[in-house]
Design a binder for this molecule. Sequence first.
Ligand code: HEM
Length: 405
Amino acid sequence: MTAVQYNPSLPAVQADPYPLYKRLREEDPVHWSEALDAWVLTRYDDVVAVLRDSRFSADRSRARNRLAREAMAAAEEYGSLAARANTMLTSDPPEHTRMRLLISKAFLPHAVEKLRPHIQEIADELLDDLQEPGCLDILMDFAYPLPVIVIAELMGVPTEHRAQFKRWSDDVVATLGGAYNAPDLLERGAQSARALADYFRDVIADRRRQPKEDLVSVLVAGADQGGVLSEEQLVATCVVALIAGSETTRNLIGNGMLALLRNPAQQEKLWADPSLVETAVEELLRYAGPVQATARIPTEDVEIGGQAVKEGQVVFTMIAAANRDPDHFPDPEKLDISRQPNHHVAFGSGIHSCLGQPLARLEAQIAFSTLARRIPNPWLATDDVEWGPSFILRGLKSLPITFDA
Ligand code: HEM
Protein backbone atom coordinates (compact mmCIF):
# COMPACT_ATOMS: atom_id res chain seq x y z
CA MET A 1 0.00 0.00 0.00
CA THR A 2 1.36 3.44 -0.91
CA ALA A 3 1.90 5.96 1.85
CA VAL A 4 -1.02 8.30 2.26
CA GLN A 5 -0.47 11.87 0.98
CA TYR A 6 -2.67 14.91 1.53
CA ASN A 7 -2.99 16.93 -1.66
CA PRO A 8 -6.23 18.92 -1.62
CA SER A 9 -5.90 20.05 -5.24
CA LEU A 10 -6.62 16.54 -6.62
CA PRO A 11 -10.14 16.48 -8.15
CA ALA A 12 -11.14 13.34 -6.20
CA VAL A 13 -10.16 15.03 -2.93
CA GLN A 14 -12.07 18.18 -3.86
CA ALA A 15 -15.14 16.09 -4.67
CA ASP A 16 -14.99 14.25 -1.35
CA PRO A 17 -12.12 14.76 1.11
CA TYR A 18 -13.61 12.58 3.85
CA PRO A 19 -12.22 9.16 2.76
CA LEU A 20 -8.74 10.73 2.73
CA TYR A 21 -9.28 12.27 6.18
CA LYS A 22 -10.19 8.78 7.44
CA ARG A 23 -7.03 7.23 6.01
CA LEU A 24 -4.88 10.03 7.40
CA ARG A 25 -6.47 9.74 10.85
CA GLU A 26 -5.84 5.99 10.85
CA GLU A 27 -2.45 5.79 9.13
CA ASP A 28 -0.67 9.10 9.63
CA PRO A 29 -2.54 11.43 12.01
CA VAL A 30 0.37 13.89 12.25
CA HIS A 31 1.09 14.05 8.55
CA TRP A 32 3.68 16.01 6.58
CA SER A 33 2.06 17.21 3.34
CA GLU A 34 4.55 17.82 0.55
CA ALA A 35 1.85 19.62 -1.47
CA LEU A 36 1.19 22.12 1.30
CA ASP A 37 4.70 22.19 2.76
CA ALA A 38 2.96 21.90 6.12
CA TRP A 39 1.75 19.53 8.85
CA VAL A 40 -1.80 18.20 8.68
CA LEU A 41 -3.55 16.98 11.86
CA THR A 42 -6.69 14.87 11.58
CA ARG A 43 -7.40 13.48 15.09
CA TYR A 44 -9.88 15.29 17.29
CA ASP A 45 -7.61 15.26 20.35
CA ASP A 46 -4.60 16.64 18.45
CA VAL A 47 -6.68 19.34 16.72
CA VAL A 48 -8.25 20.53 19.96
CA ALA A 49 -4.93 20.35 21.85
CA VAL A 50 -3.19 22.60 19.28
CA LEU A 51 -6.07 25.10 19.11
CA ARG A 52 -5.91 25.40 22.91
CA ASP A 53 -2.12 25.56 23.24
CA SER A 54 -0.60 29.03 23.69
CA ARG A 55 2.68 27.85 22.12
CA PHE A 56 0.84 27.94 18.78
CA SER A 57 0.31 31.34 17.21
CA ALA A 58 -2.57 32.39 14.97
CA ASP A 59 -0.36 35.05 13.38
CA ARG A 60 0.14 33.75 9.84
CA SER A 61 3.01 36.17 9.19
CA ARG A 62 5.16 33.86 11.34
CA ALA A 63 4.71 31.10 8.75
CA ARG A 64 7.86 30.15 6.90
CA ASN A 65 6.41 27.83 4.26
CA ARG A 66 6.45 28.32 0.52
CA LEU A 67 2.71 29.03 0.15
CA ALA A 68 2.80 31.75 2.80
CA ARG A 69 5.74 33.40 1.05
CA GLU A 70 3.94 33.28 -2.30
CA ALA A 71 0.77 34.80 -0.84
CA MET A 72 2.75 37.58 0.79
CA ALA A 73 4.60 38.33 -2.46
CA ALA A 74 1.26 38.56 -4.33
CA ALA A 75 -0.15 40.88 -1.66
CA GLU A 76 2.88 43.15 -2.03
CA GLU A 77 2.69 43.10 -5.80
CA TYR A 78 -1.02 43.92 -6.02
CA GLY A 79 -1.15 46.39 -3.15
CA SER A 80 -3.46 44.31 -0.94
CA LEU A 81 -1.27 44.25 2.16
CA ALA A 82 -3.87 46.25 4.09
CA ALA A 83 -6.32 43.39 3.73
CA ARG A 84 -3.68 41.08 5.24
CA ALA A 85 -3.07 43.15 8.37
CA ASN A 86 -3.53 41.14 11.53
CA THR A 87 -7.14 40.93 12.65
CA MET A 88 -8.62 39.16 15.62
CA LEU A 89 -8.46 35.91 13.64
CA THR A 90 -4.73 36.18 13.10
CA SER A 91 -3.44 37.76 16.30
CA ASP A 92 -2.42 36.45 19.70
CA PRO A 93 -3.10 37.73 23.23
CA PRO A 94 -3.00 40.38 24.52
CA GLU A 95 -3.80 42.10 21.18
CA HIS A 96 -6.37 39.44 20.30
CA THR A 97 -8.15 39.82 23.66
CA ARG A 98 -8.61 43.58 23.15
CA MET A 99 -9.95 43.23 19.63
CA ARG A 100 -12.29 40.40 20.53
CA LEU A 101 -13.74 42.37 23.43
CA LEU A 102 -14.48 45.32 21.15
CA ILE A 103 -16.31 43.29 18.54
CA SER A 104 -17.93 40.64 20.70
CA LYS A 105 -20.68 42.94 22.01
CA ALA A 106 -22.30 42.99 18.58
CA PHE A 107 -22.51 39.20 18.51
CA LEU A 108 -23.75 38.32 21.99
CA PRO A 109 -26.61 35.79 21.86
CA HIS A 110 -29.24 38.25 23.14
CA ALA A 111 -28.22 40.90 20.57
CA VAL A 112 -28.42 38.31 17.83
CA GLU A 113 -31.74 36.83 18.96
CA LYS A 114 -33.37 40.22 18.32
CA LEU A 115 -32.61 39.71 14.62
CA ARG A 116 -34.78 36.58 14.40
CA PRO A 117 -37.98 38.11 12.94
CA HIS A 118 -36.03 40.12 10.38
CA ILE A 119 -33.91 37.13 9.26
CA GLN A 120 -37.11 35.10 8.91
CA GLU A 121 -38.56 37.87 6.78
CA ILE A 122 -35.51 37.88 4.48
CA ALA A 123 -35.65 34.07 4.13
CA ASP A 124 -39.32 34.17 3.18
CA GLU A 125 -38.86 37.03 0.73
CA LEU A 126 -36.06 35.18 -1.05
CA LEU A 127 -38.36 32.21 -1.60
CA ASP A 128 -41.24 34.50 -2.64
CA ASP A 129 -39.00 35.92 -5.37
CA LEU A 130 -38.27 32.64 -7.19
CA GLN A 131 -38.47 33.07 -10.95
CA GLU A 132 -39.55 29.58 -11.97
CA PRO A 133 -42.05 27.58 -9.90
CA GLY A 134 -40.57 24.31 -8.61
CA CYS A 135 -36.93 25.24 -9.38
CA LEU A 136 -34.40 26.71 -7.03
CA ASP A 137 -30.65 27.12 -6.93
CA ILE A 138 -30.13 26.70 -3.20
CA LEU A 139 -26.80 28.57 -3.39
CA MET A 140 -27.54 31.52 -5.62
CA ASP A 141 -31.20 32.09 -4.75
CA PHE A 142 -31.08 31.45 -1.03
CA ALA A 143 -27.91 30.38 0.79
CA TYR A 144 -25.76 33.21 -0.51
CA PRO A 145 -28.12 36.20 -0.28
CA LEU A 146 -29.48 35.34 3.17
CA PRO A 147 -26.31 35.74 5.28
CA VAL A 148 -24.77 38.46 3.11
CA ILE A 149 -27.88 40.63 3.45
CA VAL A 150 -27.77 40.12 7.24
CA ILE A 151 -24.07 40.92 7.63
CA ALA A 152 -24.26 43.87 5.22
CA GLU A 153 -27.13 45.31 7.26
CA LEU A 154 -25.24 44.76 10.52
CA MET A 155 -22.19 46.46 9.08
CA GLY A 156 -24.26 49.24 7.59
CA VAL A 157 -23.27 48.77 3.93
CA PRO A 158 -25.80 48.64 1.07
CA THR A 159 -27.16 45.14 0.49
CA GLU A 160 -27.48 45.96 -3.24
CA HIS A 161 -23.69 45.68 -3.47
CA ARG A 162 -23.91 41.99 -2.66
CA ALA A 163 -23.11 40.66 -6.16
CA GLN A 164 -19.89 42.65 -6.03
CA PHE A 165 -19.15 41.41 -2.47
CA LYS A 166 -19.64 37.86 -3.70
CA ARG A 167 -17.13 38.20 -6.53
CA TRP A 168 -14.52 39.77 -4.27
CA SER A 169 -15.10 37.35 -1.37
CA ASP A 170 -15.03 34.28 -3.63
CA ASP A 171 -11.68 35.39 -5.04
CA VAL A 172 -10.20 35.95 -1.58
CA VAL A 173 -11.57 32.67 -0.21
CA ALA A 174 -10.08 30.75 -3.16
CA THR A 175 -6.63 31.66 -1.86
CA LEU A 176 -7.09 30.81 1.83
CA GLY A 177 -4.39 28.41 2.94
CA GLY A 178 -2.34 29.33 -0.14
CA ALA A 179 -3.29 28.87 -3.79
CA TYR A 180 -0.77 26.18 -4.65
CA ASN A 181 0.12 25.82 -8.34
CA ALA A 182 -2.41 28.50 -9.24
CA PRO A 183 -0.76 31.91 -9.75
CA ASP A 184 -3.90 33.20 -11.51
CA LEU A 185 -6.00 32.54 -8.38
CA LEU A 186 -3.40 34.23 -6.22
CA GLU A 187 -3.38 37.29 -8.47
CA ARG A 188 -7.18 37.55 -8.54
CA GLY A 189 -7.39 36.99 -4.79
CA ALA A 190 -4.90 39.76 -4.08
CA GLN A 191 -6.65 42.17 -6.46
CA SER A 192 -10.05 41.49 -4.93
CA ALA A 193 -8.64 41.83 -1.41
CA ARG A 194 -7.42 45.25 -2.42
CA ALA A 195 -10.81 46.16 -3.90
CA LEU A 196 -12.54 45.14 -0.67
CA ALA A 197 -10.05 47.13 1.38
CA ASP A 198 -10.62 50.22 -0.79
CA TYR A 199 -14.39 49.78 -0.50
CA PHE A 200 -14.23 49.71 3.29
CA ARG A 201 -11.77 52.61 3.45
CA ASP A 202 -14.54 54.75 1.95
CA VAL A 203 -17.16 53.39 4.36
CA ILE A 204 -14.82 54.05 7.30
CA ALA A 205 -14.17 57.63 6.17
CA ASP A 206 -17.91 58.15 5.92
CA ARG A 207 -18.56 56.82 9.48
CA ARG A 208 -15.80 59.07 10.84
CA ARG A 209 -17.70 62.04 9.48
CA GLN A 210 -21.08 60.68 10.48
CA PRO A 211 -21.25 57.73 12.92
CA LYS A 212 -24.28 55.45 12.67
CA GLU A 213 -25.65 52.53 14.67
CA ASP A 214 -23.69 49.86 12.86
CA LEU A 215 -20.71 47.57 13.25
CA VAL A 216 -18.36 49.72 11.16
CA SER A 217 -19.10 52.69 13.45
CA VAL A 218 -18.34 50.52 16.52
CA LEU A 219 -15.02 49.52 14.99
CA VAL A 220 -14.17 53.10 14.02
CA ALA A 221 -14.89 54.26 17.59
CA GLY A 222 -12.68 51.44 18.93
CA ALA A 223 -9.87 52.48 16.63
CA ASP A 224 -10.17 56.23 17.23
CA GLN A 225 -10.91 56.36 20.95
CA GLY A 226 -9.46 53.18 22.41
CA GLY A 227 -6.60 52.70 19.98
CA VAL A 228 -7.58 49.01 19.87
CA LEU A 229 -7.20 48.83 16.11
CA SER A 230 -4.69 50.52 13.83
CA GLU A 231 -6.03 51.96 10.58
CA GLU A 232 -4.88 48.92 8.63
CA GLN A 233 -6.40 46.56 11.17
CA LEU A 234 -9.66 48.46 11.02
CA VAL A 235 -9.82 47.97 7.25
CA ALA A 236 -8.82 44.30 7.48
CA THR A 237 -11.36 43.63 10.24
CA CYS A 238 -14.17 44.96 8.05
CA VAL A 239 -13.01 42.70 5.21
CA VAL A 240 -12.84 39.68 7.52
CA ALA A 241 -16.24 40.39 9.07
CA LEU A 242 -17.89 40.56 5.66
CA ILE A 243 -16.27 37.34 4.45
CA ALA A 244 -16.60 35.40 7.74
CA GLY A 245 -20.19 36.55 8.08
CA SER A 246 -21.33 35.48 4.63
CA GLU A 247 -19.21 32.77 2.99
CA THR A 248 -19.31 30.40 5.96
CA THR A 249 -23.05 30.38 6.58
CA ARG A 250 -23.75 30.21 2.85
CA ASN A 251 -21.67 27.05 2.64
CA LEU A 252 -23.23 25.53 5.74
CA ILE A 253 -26.64 25.90 4.09
CA GLY A 254 -25.35 24.61 0.71
CA ASN A 255 -23.24 21.71 2.02
CA GLY A 256 -25.94 20.86 4.56
CA MET A 257 -28.69 20.77 1.96
CA LEU A 258 -26.59 18.53 -0.30
CA ALA A 259 -25.95 16.18 2.64
CA LEU A 260 -29.69 16.00 3.30
CA LEU A 261 -30.51 15.37 -0.36
CA ARG A 262 -27.98 12.56 -0.42
CA ASN A 263 -29.50 11.10 2.78
CA PRO A 264 -33.20 11.31 1.89
CA ALA A 265 -34.42 9.54 5.03
CA GLN A 266 -32.80 12.28 7.14
CA GLN A 267 -34.17 15.02 4.90
CA GLU A 268 -37.68 13.57 5.11
CA LYS A 269 -37.38 13.28 8.89
CA LEU A 270 -36.50 16.98 9.20
CA TRP A 271 -39.16 18.07 6.72
CA ALA A 272 -41.75 16.06 8.67
CA ASP A 273 -40.66 17.57 11.99
CA PRO A 274 -38.90 20.97 11.69
CA SER A 275 -38.64 21.11 15.50
CA LEU A 276 -35.56 18.90 14.99
CA VAL A 277 -33.81 21.84 13.33
CA GLU A 278 -31.51 22.64 16.29
CA THR A 279 -29.90 19.19 16.49
CA ALA A 280 -30.03 18.96 12.69
CA VAL A 281 -27.96 22.14 12.26
CA GLU A 282 -25.39 20.86 14.79
CA GLU A 283 -25.15 17.60 12.87
CA LEU A 284 -24.78 19.41 9.53
CA LEU A 285 -22.00 21.51 11.09
CA ARG A 286 -20.26 18.29 12.14
CA TYR A 287 -20.90 16.26 9.01
CA ALA A 288 -20.69 18.89 6.27
CA GLY A 289 -19.10 21.90 7.98
CA PRO A 290 -17.91 24.69 5.70
CA VAL A 291 -14.63 25.37 7.54
CA GLN A 292 -12.51 22.30 6.91
CA ALA A 293 -9.36 23.56 8.54
CA THR A 294 -7.60 26.38 10.24
CA ALA A 295 -3.87 26.91 10.77
CA ARG A 296 -1.44 27.63 13.58
CA ILE A 297 2.29 28.31 13.71
CA PRO A 298 4.38 27.00 16.63
CA THR A 299 6.44 29.73 18.31
CA GLU A 300 8.97 27.15 19.53
CA ASP A 301 9.95 23.61 18.53
CA VAL A 302 7.25 21.21 19.77
CA GLU A 303 6.31 17.56 19.57
CA ILE A 304 2.92 16.36 18.35
CA GLY A 305 2.13 12.64 18.42
CA GLY A 306 5.82 11.76 18.44
CA GLN A 307 6.65 14.05 15.49
CA ALA A 308 9.08 16.94 15.86
CA VAL A 309 7.39 20.10 14.61
CA LYS A 310 9.66 23.11 14.16
CA GLU A 311 9.01 26.70 15.06
CA GLY A 312 7.59 28.56 12.02
CA GLN A 313 6.26 25.45 10.28
CA VAL A 314 2.58 25.63 9.37
CA VAL A 315 0.23 23.22 11.14
CA PHE A 316 -3.19 22.71 9.55
CA THR A 317 -5.73 21.55 12.12
CA MET A 318 -8.35 19.71 10.05
CA ILE A 319 -11.50 20.34 12.02
CA ALA A 320 -13.66 18.55 9.44
CA ALA A 321 -11.56 15.40 9.98
CA ALA A 322 -11.73 15.82 13.77
CA ASN A 323 -15.51 15.97 13.46
CA ARG A 324 -15.55 12.42 12.09
CA ASP A 325 -13.16 10.90 14.62
CA PRO A 326 -14.71 7.63 15.85
CA ASP A 327 -13.11 8.16 19.27
CA HIS A 328 -15.56 11.05 19.77
CA PHE A 329 -18.54 10.31 17.52
CA PRO A 330 -20.15 6.86 17.29
CA ASP A 331 -20.73 5.86 13.67
CA PRO A 332 -19.06 9.11 12.51
CA GLU A 333 -19.63 8.70 8.77
CA LYS A 334 -23.39 8.52 9.30
CA LEU A 335 -25.57 11.63 9.10
CA ASP A 336 -27.97 11.56 12.05
CA ILE A 337 -29.94 14.78 12.51
CA SER A 338 -30.97 13.75 16.04
CA ARG A 339 -27.39 13.06 17.17
CA GLN A 340 -26.81 13.93 20.80
CA PRO A 341 -24.38 14.64 22.35
CA ASN A 342 -22.56 16.32 19.50
CA HIS A 343 -19.38 18.07 20.63
CA HIS A 344 -18.21 19.02 17.15
CA VAL A 345 -15.48 21.59 16.60
CA ALA A 346 -16.96 23.15 13.46
CA PHE A 347 -16.63 26.57 15.13
CA GLY A 348 -13.06 25.88 16.25
CA SER A 349 -11.90 25.62 19.84
CA GLY A 350 -10.07 27.79 22.36
CA ILE A 351 -9.68 31.57 22.31
CA HIS A 352 -10.39 31.98 18.58
CA SER A 353 -13.56 29.89 18.56
CA CYS A 354 -16.11 31.51 16.28
CA LEU A 355 -17.47 34.80 17.46
CA GLY A 356 -20.34 34.61 15.00
CA GLN A 357 -21.67 31.26 16.34
CA PRO A 358 -24.98 32.56 17.66
CA LEU A 359 -25.67 34.38 14.39
CA ALA A 360 -24.58 31.45 12.21
CA ARG A 361 -26.77 29.05 14.19
CA LEU A 362 -29.76 31.35 14.04
CA GLU A 363 -29.41 31.90 10.28
CA ALA A 364 -28.97 28.19 9.57
CA GLN A 365 -31.89 27.19 11.78
CA ILE A 366 -34.14 29.71 10.07
CA ALA A 367 -32.83 28.63 6.65
CA PHE A 368 -33.52 24.91 7.14
CA SER A 369 -36.85 25.30 8.90
CA THR A 370 -38.02 27.67 6.14
CA LEU A 371 -36.88 25.27 3.42
CA ALA A 372 -38.66 22.42 5.24
CA ARG A 373 -41.88 24.47 5.37
CA ARG A 374 -41.80 25.92 1.87
CA ILE A 375 -39.93 23.50 -0.39
CA PRO A 376 -41.81 20.19 -0.38
CA ASN A 377 -40.14 17.07 -1.79
CA PRO A 378 -36.83 18.63 -2.82
CA TRP A 379 -34.84 16.76 -5.43
CA LEU A 380 -31.26 17.26 -6.64
CA ALA A 381 -31.50 18.51 -10.24
CA THR A 382 -27.97 17.52 -11.28
CA ASP A 383 -25.67 14.50 -11.07
CA ASP A 384 -22.53 16.62 -10.96
CA VAL A 385 -22.06 19.16 -8.27
CA GLU A 386 -19.11 21.50 -8.62
CA TRP A 387 -17.02 22.53 -5.60
CA GLY A 388 -15.13 25.78 -5.14
CA PRO A 389 -11.31 25.62 -5.11
CA SER A 390 -10.57 26.29 -1.42
CA PHE A 391 -9.64 23.38 0.85
CA ILE A 392 -10.08 25.61 3.90
CA LEU A 393 -13.59 26.81 3.18
CA ARG A 394 -15.48 24.03 1.43
CA GLY A 395 -18.47 25.08 -0.62
CA LEU A 396 -20.45 24.40 -3.78
CA LYS A 397 -20.60 26.68 -6.79
CA SER A 398 -24.30 25.97 -7.24
CA LEU A 399 -26.95 23.52 -6.05
CA PRO A 400 -29.95 23.33 -8.39
CA ILE A 401 -32.97 21.49 -7.05
CA THR A 402 -36.54 20.87 -8.08
CA PHE A 403 -39.54 20.59 -5.75
CA ASP A 404 -43.33 20.29 -5.76
CA ALA A 405 -44.52 23.82 -6.58
C1 HEM B 1 -21.53 28.22 9.75
C2 HEM B 1 -20.95 29.34 9.91
C3 HEM B 1 -19.59 29.54 10.53
C4 HEM B 1 -18.59 28.64 10.78
C5 HEM B 1 -18.57 27.14 10.53
C6 HEM B 1 -17.50 29.39 11.38
C7 HEM B 1 -16.30 28.83 11.81
C8 HEM B 1 -15.30 29.51 12.45
C9 HEM B 1 -14.09 28.92 12.94
C10 HEM B 1 -13.70 27.47 12.77
C11 HEM B 1 -13.37 29.90 13.54
C12 HEM B 1 -12.01 29.72 14.24
C13 HEM B 1 -10.87 30.00 13.32
C14 HEM B 1 -9.54 29.73 13.97
O1 HEM B 1 -9.47 29.15 15.07
O2 HEM B 1 -8.51 30.03 13.34
C15 HEM B 1 -14.12 31.12 13.42
C16 HEM B 1 -13.71 32.34 13.90
C17 HEM B 1 -14.41 33.49 13.70
N1 HEM B 1 -15.66 33.62 13.12
FE1 HEM B 1 -16.81 32.16 12.36
N2 HEM B 1 -17.86 30.71 11.46
C18 HEM B 1 -19.14 30.83 10.96
C19 HEM B 1 -19.88 31.98 10.86
C20 HEM B 1 -19.46 33.22 11.29
C21 HEM B 1 -20.26 34.42 11.24
C22 HEM B 1 -21.70 34.50 10.75
C23 HEM B 1 -19.47 35.42 11.72
C24 HEM B 1 -19.74 36.89 11.90
C25 HEM B 1 -20.77 37.52 11.60
C26 HEM B 1 -18.19 34.84 12.09
C27 HEM B 1 -17.13 35.53 12.63
C28 HEM B 1 -15.99 34.97 13.11
C29 HEM B 1 -14.92 35.74 13.72
C30 HEM B 1 -14.87 37.25 13.88
C31 HEM B 1 -13.92 34.81 14.10
C32 HEM B 1 -12.59 35.11 14.76
C33 HEM B 1 -12.68 34.93 16.24
C34 HEM B 1 -11.32 35.11 16.93
O3 HEM B 1 -10.29 35.03 16.27
O4 HEM B 1 -11.32 35.32 18.15
N3 HEM B 1 -18.23 33.50 11.81
N4 HEM B 1 -15.31 30.86 12.76
